[in-house]
Design a protein around this ligand. Structure first.
Ligand code: HEM
Length: 399
């Protein structure tokens, strides 16, 4: 019998390759309570999808507010911002969600997204002009992040001279809220987080006074009619986070996979599917949290009302009832895009088209410019400690 107590999302092996363990859980204990996580975990594809599709019973309200792990002193320091994400779009239920989502979606029209492709290609080319002559790099630190961070900054309207500031503080924020930290370190990170918040607050106020052609100005123009000032600040700060982190993490995971599989460079006609198969097999997001609003019976287990639940998209993406031979990487897998790494249902990632466009453009540009890319020998890759995401700390490559 499998021991569900081994489900320790903070353990290095769990982020790197939990699949044998997850397969046994899907079969023997598809729903269980994880003490490490303090949550019930859903592991089967059908259950995860049904839960995403049932926001009345699986509520998003407060599900991202991971301040659970913060010390009393840190909470005091953060004050009202301890529950900072309380009105972020991914953290609320309808009808508030419906209103916020409508406003945010205005900025992600297909036309607006495809207009960013050329710019993103240029950002990648500029970077490669600088890095390519060296013949080696740490893919994570020196290649994966810069183009996405710059594109997001441009989209939001962060001036170029402030990009470093944002990058630094976003990293601290991630650590504070998404990975367990000792109390002293929490205080330092909380300080940094408050400085970041203050920065975004001023950016929003300045765009409200003096609009430009960017996302912040568009959202600021809705203050007082569709949105509140606080909602806009939370939206901007979290979207900066999304752009600075999720796409680069997914790109790092994807390049590692493609190099290990001997699938580099990806033929352009296969890029679209390769991106989906990489998201399926090595997703940058491990799942989403929800709260049960009533007692929920599932496979003989009762999830009590009020319990926190993790919908494990990572496990779902390896579910053999949906994906044939799931541990095998198949660049032309016909249903690769059935993964839920970008979520599903009403909270489906609003930046999905932009994220996918960046991943495809990056793989194409890198493949053209660095066709001989390979893993540098040395340490096996290591992953950042996080309960919600999978991203490499470093990936030494050469060409
Ligand atoms: C490969 C990259 C990305 C991954 C893996 C990812 C993953 C996700 C997931 C799993 C959700 C659902 C959360 C839930 O149901 O609780 C989500 C929602 C969201 N994502 Fe992404 N995302 C990515 C890129 C982006 C980008 C580039 C942006 C913005 C520029 C973005 C903005 C958002 C927002 C605002 C939501 C909340 C939508 C809502 O609640 O209605 N994401 N994302």
């Amino acid at each position: 019998m499998i021991d569900a107590d081994d489900f320790d999302v903070s353990a290095a092996w769990h982020v790197a390759a939990p699949y044998d363990f997850l397969r046994r859980l899907r079969r023997e204990q598809p729903v269980f309570r994880s003490e490490h996580l303090g949550a019930h975990v859903l592991t089967r594809y059908a259950d995860v999808r049904a839960a995403y599709g049932d926001p009345k019973r699986f509520s998003s309200a407060g599900s991202l507010t991971i301040s659970r792990s913060l010390s009393e002193e840190t909470r005091l320091k953060l004050g009202e911002h301890g529950s900072f994400l309380s009105s972020f779009v991914a953290n609320v239920d309808p009808p508030v969600h419906t209103r916020l989502r409508r406003s945010v979606s205005r900025a992600f029209t297909p036309r607006a997204v495809s207009a960013m492709q050329q710019r993103f290609r240029e950002l990648n080319t500029d970077l490669l002009d600088r890095v390519a002559p060296r013949g080696e790099a740490d893919f994570v630190a020196e290649i994966a992040h810069e183009p996405s961070a710059k594109l997001t900054a441009r989209f939001i309207g962060v001036p170029e001279e402030d990009e470093e500031f944002v990058k630094h503080h976003v990293k601290d924020w991630f650590q504070l809220f998404l990975s367990p930290q000792p109390p002293d370190r929490q205080l330092v990170l909380a300080e940094s987080f408050l400085a970041y918040l203050d920065y975004v607050d001023r950016l929003v106020a300045s765009r409200a006074r003096d609009p430009r052609d960017d996302f912040t100005s568009l959202m600021a123009s809705l203050i007082g009619t569709e949105l509140s000032h606080r909602e806009v600040v939370e939206l901007i700060s979290t979207i900066l986070l999304g752009g600075n982190d999720t796409v680069p993490n997914q790109l790092g995971n994807s390049v590692l996979r493609l190099l290990r599989e001997g699938a580099w460079p990806v033929p352009p006609e296969l890029t679209r599917n390769a991106v989906e198969e990489c998201m399926r097999i090595d997703g940058a997001s491990l799942g989403s949290f929800r709260y049960a609003t009533a007692d929920i019976e599932l496979h003989g287990t009762t999830i009590p009302a009020g319990a926190l639940c993790l919908l494990s998209t990572d496990s779902a993406a390896h579910d053999e009832t949906v994906f044939d031979d799931p541990e095998r990487f198949r660049i032309d897998r016909p249903n690769a895009d059935a993964h839920m790494t970008l979520g599903y249902g009403i909270h489906f990632c609003v930046g999905a088209a932009l994220g996918r466009l960046q991943l495809r453009t990056a793989l194409d540009t890198l493949g053209e410019r660095l066709p001989r890319l390979r893993l540098a020998s040395g340490e096996p890759p290591s992953y950042r400690a996080s309960i919600v995401g999978r991203g490499l700390t470093a990936l030494p490559v050469e060409w």
